[in-house]
Design a protein around this ligand. Sequence first.
Ligand code: F6R
Length: 251
Amino acid sequence: YENTPAYIYKEATDASAAVAQEIASLIREKQSQNKKCVLGLATGSTPLGVYKELVKLHKEEGLSFENVVSFNLDEYFPMDPSSSHSYHHFMHKNLFDHVDVLPENIHIPAGNISLDQVHDFCLDYEEKIKSAGGIDLQLLGIGRTGHIGFNEPGARSNSHTRIIVLDTLTRRDASNSFNGIHNVPQRAITMGVGTIMSAKKVILMALGENKANIIKKAVEGNVTPLLPASFLQNHPNARFIIDSAAASDLI
Ligand code: F6R
């Protein structure tokens, strides 16, 4: 696939290690230039192995996150940051608490603001990304709807950070960890497709058989708002890094 090449690793752990190494080299490269490294980060089960590996590199090889500025893709709305369901909680538990990233350099959409504050919050989030110099590397997972961030089918290619309504399939996929679909928030704040497309480099990861079907469509199918991950085919520097199970439907 000329535009968005798919890199297939036999095991999920190998895919995660490769992505962690790539992030670590970028952090070090920027350090050597005395520059900040701006990372766009995802939550969910897919990047867990990457974060685990990055924590290991910090502890065992002294990889420092002092020059890292991070912007997370999304957060449920409404959602209290102290809730165990929040993406704030996820990021601290799985990465930030274990490395030397500066708290003031961490950005995650706020799920605990009032609805009338959301518009200004989203504009400000975009502004902060811009003033940090843009995202150097954006890490993505993919939902079974084809969403990236929480840009569900129908999202526009030029969309920016905003509040969205989650697809029913997305809420169903989250229902286990929320103890039932009725507890899953109906909405979320997410970076837009346009925000993601502005990143200098994009890595979309997919692991496991239940992503095989959507990966086939995202990589081999047409570019369409009905499958937001397909927009990455138009990104000059995007790659799909997947394991053999997620690659099983590719031709
Ligand atoms: C999470 C996010 C979502 C997930 C996607 C896959 O911040 O933006 O797009 O990446 O829903 O989730 P998992 O990895 O749990 O299958």
